[in-house]
Design a protein around this ligand. Sequence first.
Ligand code: ATP
Length: 271
Amino acid sequence: KQALKECNQFIADFEKVIKKPKKDPSTIYYTGVDLGTACIVLAVLDEHFKPVAGAYRYADVVRDGMVVDYIGAVEIVSELKAELEQKLQTELLYAAASLPPGTDELDGGAIKNVVQSAGFELTNLLDEPTAANQLLNITDGAVVDIGGGTTGISIIESGRVVKVADEATGGTHLSLVLAGAYKFSFDEAERYKRNEKHHDELLPTLKPVIEKISSIITQQISGYTVKGIYLVGGTACLKNIETIIEKTTGIPTFKPLNPMFATPLGIALSC
Ligand code: ATP
């Protein structure tokens, strides 16, 4: 509970500096670059590892952790970097990035090249749920990162990551179901789903997919003693998703305030 409380404070501070960056001078800045299927987020921390600025943009340049539009990805990261540099009146030099577990050999190089081509020196590249745990600080439990195309699972025992896994399901699957049920285009479904005002209404339609995600979590953690599940990633923003996952897995399930920012902040902390 204490870890979650501190994490929530950190995320609340980050949300504040996205709106109004902190301009106090710092000798060094650390940037977390989260290249997601749906969203690209840059989180900037100061020399004390406190949030000072952040920016994000919904984009379609990465799919399931794979960079599918290299030039587009470099352009967006460069633009967000320039926007933050202008706000902070400084050059951002160092960045870390992450990728879904198990995709390192396939795409680690592309993500690294995007970050470097945008003008950063890459200091670390780690998997998404492990990155999120840099912020969550869970010593025992499972961090489950439900993104757009993928759900990453990281099992932690006595502070050590003992298993990472990645499954091809997430928010994109939810949007496709919604598009079918409401006769929306995919983009309309995405926008409708992201609006929290619609969450109560949407939950019954989305419940079967959430239960499928839960059964995937159950499969991946079988054989391990997991006493708590900690949800991060954009899809975890869905109101009451934690209630369905808790009920289906039978394991207490928690999520931080705005789970979408746990991974980029964790990446920045790992810089
Ligand atoms: P991946 O991990 O698959 O590469 P990603 O890093 O882009 O994807 P996130 O940015 O963590 O993933 O999450 C993106 C997903 O979260 C999208 O499916 C998006 O529709 C969904 N999402 C974002 N905000 C919300 C919200 N407020 N409510 C519901 N879903 C949301």
